[in-house]
Design a protein around this ligand. Sequence first.
Ligand code: AQP
Length: 343
Amino acid sequence: MAPCRRSVDLYDRPVARVFSGIQPSGDMHLGNYLGALRQFAFDQYDHDAVFCIVDLHALTVPQDPGELRRRTLEAARIHMAAGLDPSVCTLFVQSHVHEHAELSWLMECTASVGELRRMTQFKEKADKASDQEFVAAALFTYPALMAADILLYEADRVPVGADQRQHLELARDLALRFNHRFGDTFVVPTAAVPRVGARIMDLQRPTEKMSKSVISPQGTVGLLEDAASIVRKIRRAVTDTEVEVRYDPQAKPGVSNLLTILGATTGEDPERLARRYHQYGELKADCAEAVVALLEPIQARYAELAADPAGTAAVLAEGVGKARAVAAPVLDRARAAVGLLPR
Ligand code: AQP
């Protein structure tokens, strides 16, 4: 079946729209960059591009308020340091645009409990949170908020890493269901997942993905980490007891992860790269060098942006205005469609 779309807006718009968000739930890492952030900078020049620091999502697990404030600003600067140009795209903080929380409620009324229960990220995070005996209800409804984030901007394309693919599928299903029940209201989005780098694994536990909120200091490469520390971590990355360099994520997850990182960083195919190496040491050295070279300019630009806090505040303030100009009419349309009185 052809996807159901609101054709009017698509024809009125000169270019397709791209939307994505990253939570300030911890220090941003290499996986966030290779899986998502790097695509944002490419997309901004040939799309109408909207990017969001999704601070409300970060609240689904306990956060220290001061740290959340610091990380929200840090995340905004990292987006710009990674190449986002606020004069070309829209960059804003999710909680500054109340339409997200409002449409989230309509999405909760559109999603079923069964669908939300099937989300693997909920199952994994709820398992971890239950060790601390508190699982927020919002962890369960998180995908409804994510659907609202995307649908508010009538996004055609959503660049994300592989772990978000299931949430994206749900956002599509909710858009289609809502359109079917209430008439064409939302654009149905499509995930854009990179061919290489969509799932960067933890360097110490290569069967688990690198993650912001999981405490694995030796397994995670921070985007703002210094070069010596990055080199040390990659040199100590867990591999296996064989000697053959081969790309085989099932049998050789550690080595394959290093090949993926090197491939995603240099634009080469991990399987082809593997043929060039005969020792793990050489692979690790080249991988470390490539990652340091990749992050160096981002870190230099970050330092400049951090020296100008007023500049970041101004970008985010402008972003709210631009975001609301798109989001408010879409929310009004959805409200009217379900029968809520105009205010
Ligand atoms: N390891 C990864 N490899 C490739 N891409 C990744 N992403 C996350 N981890 C990897 C992508 O980065 C974007 C950020 O998504 P998010 O902030 O909404 O959180 P997440 O997907 O849940 O990622 P994290 O970093 O693991 O955060 P926590 O620990 O807070 O859950 C997404 O596009 C994601 O796919």
